[in-house]
Structure formats: structure tokens, C-alpha cells
Design a protein around this ligand. Structure first.
Ligand code: NDP
Ligand code: ZN
Length: 358
């Protein structure tokens, strides 16, 4: 599908949206801003389903912007480029994660930590007002195309396995980044709490970095697959655990006691929180507990910058570190069913929508 490029022309798009926090998915036709001089137009081939899509669609963090087309694990083919684009040519593959633009001028943007734009201009891929385009809402990857600033598109080689590359754009970078930040190295003991889309990627990266990895899940359902991945110990509770960790990464999306994990850190250990339960259940750090267990660090981590996302993708492709995926068709009922599985303990790991079936 080649779309004729007219600088003034809005791009016709179609996909699936929720129309309120309680609604199911429905087909939705919309338009995207024209392809600017430094923008590219991508025909979306695969879109991963992240648990953040569910939190957002259901207004679990803050009130969503509806209609909402979620999806920030996007991979596809470049079908048009603006006249000043340098990173891509038509026919290349490109990935888009959680952001599509930022100010580009502040300290954070200059360091390629665009997710922390100091001018508050990080434009998230969906459910966000785009201040660079008249504050129109952004629409995500459960759709046939996307227009994005080339700076925010990731180069994907022509021979990459696209269906497993898609989830790397969020699940991959969100776990790779804190493991790097905490400088995980061979022999370190790493615990991964929550063994879903993100958790399974954290396990794979940590093992590749030489760590000895333990998993905390809420039942034994995925114990065998964890063992096959190389996980040493599989826990279903923090109670009575004697092991102590250099690093813990929590990907848990539900209410839980974060202090129980802090207590499992070694002296000098670090805990990265990436899971974001609904605001009303947001885990609370007990400062008395933190002080009494001093010498441990707890920090939050938000995806990763664009430079690091490209590094993560290159690293994953080089070492063939890919998510466990199930491909679904681009049908509203199938997306609804995945949301149901991901919120009722019936899910496997990552679900990826084959957008070519739209
Ligand atoms: P998934 O639903 O794929 O995985 C979550 C896993 O956590 C599931 O395996 C689930 O088990 C398990 N789990 C749930 N509750 C508990 C518990 N109390 N103890 C142990 N394990 C538990 O979600 P994702 O991996 O896609 O996302 C995880 C979280 O990370 C979400 O909150 C998401 O919004 C957030 N996120 C944050 C990002 C960031 O930049 N910081 C980026 C992307 C996502 P079960 O199978 O039994 O349900
Ligand atoms: Zn995500």
C-alpha cells in the first residue's frame, strides 16, 4: 500500500478504539496529521498488547482521552517520507515505542532521555495531546498506519522477525534499561517480580548478562517454562524467602506489598519499579522500613530513551533475545479476549496483533 504524499494532506487511518473506560473495542476511522518534512508514514504490520494499554483504556491511572486507540509496540514498513528525512527510505522497516516526539532542546532530550523531557513535551504514542500538532490526540498502534517524527522511529533491519520485534519496543526497552542502569553483571543475583510480558523479557536479558535469576509469580503456572528459560528459583510468595538479591525488578501490575521486596535486597542492592498498578492501588513504600533496612536503593524507571531503544533492539537481534508471543487477528473480539486474559491470570506472555489482517 503506497499512499500518495501531499504535504497538506491528512492521512486516513483505521483501527480499533475504546470509546469509554468501560467499553469494548470497536472499529474506528480517523485521520493523522500530515507527513511533515522530518516525519515518516509507517504501514503497521504488527502491534503488541502491553498491560499499559489496559490501564490506559480503563482510565486506571488518570482519565483517558476517548476514543482511544492503544498500542505502543509497533513495527511496520515505511511507505512515505518527508523531504528532509535521513534515517529511512521508503521500503525500510521501522519500529515505534511509547513516544512519538519531544522538545529536543532540554537537558534530558539532549541526553536522549526523551521520556523525561524537562519541558513536559514528551508526546506519548496514544492517549496524549500532541502540542506539536494543535494539541490533537495521539492514536496508537492498533491501526493500519502511523505518522512519526523520524527521530522517534527505530531502525529495524530487513531480515528481522517482525512479530517478535514489536514487543521489544516497550517490554524490551522497559526491562533492558533498568538492568543496564543498575549495571547488572555476571554472577549477580537478580529477582524478577511479575512474570508476564515485561517480566519474561527481564529474565531473558538478566540471564544474558550473566545473572543468576529468580522469579516471583503468584502461582506455579509458568514454573516449567521459567526453568526452561534458565531461571534458578521460582517463588510464589515473598514469605520465608532466604535468598537476597543484588537487584530486583518489579513488573507487577496489581496491588502488592513493595516493602516485602525491599527486604529481600542485599545491603547495597537496588530495586527498580516498572510495574504501575492502578492509581488507587499504588504500592506505598514504608519509610521506616526503608530507613531500618538502609543501604538499599529503590527507584522507578520509565521505558528508555530513543538511543537506548536502538541499542536494546540491536542487542536483542544480535543475541536472538525475543519475547514469547501469540499472534492474534486484528478483530475487536480478539483484542477484548486478550484484555480479559491479561486481567484474570489466564494469559501467557505477549499477544501481538497481526495488523495485516485488518
Ligand atoms: P502482564 O500482564 O503481561 O504481566 C504481569 C505479570 O505480573 C503477570 O504474569 C501476572 O501474573 C503477574 N502478577 C500480577 N500480580 C502479581 C503479584 N501480586 N505478584 C506477582 N506477580 C503478579 O503485564 P506487562 O508485563 O505488560 O506490564 C506489567 C506492568 O508494567 C504494567 O503495570 C504496565 O503498565 C507496566 N509498564 C510500565 C512501563 C514503564 O515504563 N515503567 C512500560 C510498560 C509497562 P498472572 O499471569 O497470574 O496474571
Ligand atoms: Zn508498554
Amino acid at each position: 500500500m503506497m499512499q500518495k504524499l501531499d504535504e497538506e494532506k491528512r492521512i486516513l487511518a483505521k483501527g480499533y478504539a475504546v470509546f469509554s473506560k468501560d467499553s469494548k473495542f470497536e472499529a474506528f476511522d480517523f485521520t493523522r496529521h500530515p507527513v511533515g518534512d522530518r516525519d515518516i508514514l509507517i504501514e503497521i504490520l504488527y502491534a503488541g498488547i502491553c498491560h499499559s494499554d489496559i490501564h490506559s483504556a480503563r482510565s486506571e491511572w488518570s482519565k483517558g482521552i476517548y476514543p482511544m486507540v492503544p498500542g505502543h509496540e509497533i513495527v511496520g514498513r515505511v511507505i512515505a517520507i518527508g523531504k528532509n528525512v535521513k534515517k529511512f527510505k521508503v521500503g525500510d522497516y521501522a519500529g515505534v515505542g511509547c513516544m512519538v516526539n519531544s522538545c529536543g532542546e532540554c537537558e534530558a532530550c539532549k541526553e536522549s532521555k526523551e521520556q523525561f523531557c524537562q519541558n513536559g513535551k514528551t508526546i506519548f504514542t496514544y492517549n496524549c495531546r500532541d502540542c506539536f500538532h494543535d494539541n490533537e490526540p495521539t492514536y496508537g498502534g492498533y491501526s493500519n498506519n502511523i505518522v512519526v517524527s523520524e527521530k522517534f522511529a527505530i531502525n529495524v533491519p530487513n531480515d528481522a522477525p517482525l512479530e517478535v520485534v514489536a514487543p521489544l519496543l516497550c517490554a524490551g526497552i522497559t526491562t533492558y534499561s533498568p538492568l543496564k542502569f543498575s549495571k547488572v553483571k555476571a554472577g549477580d543475583k537478580v529477582a524478577v517480580a511479575g512474570f508476564g510480558g515485561l517480566g519474561s523479557m527481564a529474565v531473558k536479558y538478566a540471564i544474558k548478562m550473566g545473572a543468576e535469576v529468580s522469579v516471583f509469580a503468584r502461582n506455579e503456572g509458568k514454573k516449567e517454562i521459567a526453568k526452561r528459560m534458565g531461571v534458578e528459583r521460582f517463588y510464589t510468595t515473598t514469605d520465608g524467602v532466604h535468598e537476597r538479591f543484588d537487584m530486583i525488578i518489579s513488573t507487577i501490575p496489581t496491588s502488592y506489598d513493595v516493602n516485602a521486596y525491599v527486604n529481600l535486597l542485599k545491603f547495597g542492592g537496588e530495586m527498580a519499579i516498572v510495574g504501575l498498578p492502578p492509581s488507587e492501588n499504588s504500592p506505598q513504600i514504608d519509610s521506616m522500613n526503608l530507613v531500618l533496612h538502609g543501604g538499599r536503593k529503590v527507584y522507578g524507571s520509565l521505558i528508555g530513551g530513543i538511543k537506548e531503544t536502538q541499542e536494546m533492539l540491536d542487542f536483542s537481534l544480535k543475541h536472538k533475545i525475543y519475547p514469547e508471543v501469540e499472534i492474534i487477528g486484528a478483530r475487536a473480539e480478539e483484542i477484548d479476549l486478550v484484555y480479559e486474559k491479561l486481567t484474570s491470570g489466564k494469559a501467557s506472555f505477549r499477544y501481538v496483533i497481526d495488523m495485516q489482517t485488518l
